[in-house]
Design a binder for this molecule. Structure first.
Ligand SMILES: [Zn+2]
Ligand SMILES: [Zn+2]
Length: 249
């Protein structure tokens, strides 16, 4: 198991239950926040993972893949992606919107993808899955559905469909909680979004495998849920089957 490490000094990050006034080490922003390293360093949401978020957005804009699970898997494999964090909300939106765009039956522009990223940046905040019960993947995929239906506050069925989709995604990812895992949430959320698109718009994306095998179990800072998680790959995770060899003494 690996600790979530400070992006400044590498010390373990502690998650607080009450917010504290903290100053971002990178941009100097001062705000109330809930994650600080044991040496007192804090990185705001904009600065935390800024480089990898840009990489993910560029991948989403460039890929020709129509299977959102394959795109998500490729994004998960990018070096520098933290095990947990709202970079995964960017992955959810990027993988889904790029698949719909590349499929071509529903018109999605690069501008629409940028709009989804902008919207999720307003509501996907690191750690708030535990602090308010709203995981960032909900507004991320909600933004995608809203854009596809041209929903906005005050619209009728369009807003209802958007809220319905988000409610279904929330109902699905809560089954994978205890503790939370952003990667499992992305995959479960994509499954609901793919089904929703098929049922509501008649567009079935060409998905080969929605239960991809997780390569990252050993990195989970809170402890992987192991065989309670549908994406867990016991064959790859040595502590489950083969205990480490005993030392000479
Ligand atoms: Zn630090
Ligand atoms: Zn900052």
């Amino acid at each position: 198991m690996e600790k979530e490490n400070c992006g400044v000094c590498g010390a373990p990050v502690e998650y607080l239950t009450s917010s504290r006034e903290l100053t971002c080490e990178s941009c100097g922003r001062r705000e109330k926040a809930h994650a600080v390293c044991s040496n007192g360093h804090y990185l705001c949401d904009s600065c935390h993972g800024a480089g990898i978020r840009k990489t993910i957005m560029e991948m989403a804009l460039m890929t020709l893949e129509k299977d959102p699970f394959k795109t998500a898997e490729a994004m998960f494999s990018q070096p520098g992606l933290p095990m947990l964090g709202c970079e995964h909300a960017v992955i959810a939106a990027g993988a889904f919107m790029s698949a719909v765009k590349n499929d071509g039956r529903v018109r999605v522009s690069n501008g629409d993808m940028g709009e989804a990223f902008q919207r999720l940046s307003r509501q996907a905040a690191g750690g708030y899955c535990g602090l308010t019960g709203v995981c960032g993947i909900l507004p991320a995929l909600g933004a995608c559905v809203s854009i596809l239906y041209e929903a906005r506050c005050g619209k009728d069925i369009e807003q209802r469909l958007t809220m319905e989709a988000v409610t279904r995604i929330s109902a699905e990812i809560v089954k994978l909680t205890g503790p939370s895992c952003c990667k499992a949430y992305v995959l479960a959320g994509l499954g609901v979004a793919v089904d929703f698109l098929r049922d509501a718009a008649g567009v079935a994306l060409p998905v080969q495998n929605r239960t991809i095998k997780c390569l990252w179990s050993a990195r989970h800072p809170h402890g992987c849920r192991l065989d309670k998680c549908p994406y867990f790959d016991a064959a790859r995770y040595w502590p489950v089957k083969t205990p480490p060899p005993a030392g000479p003494c």
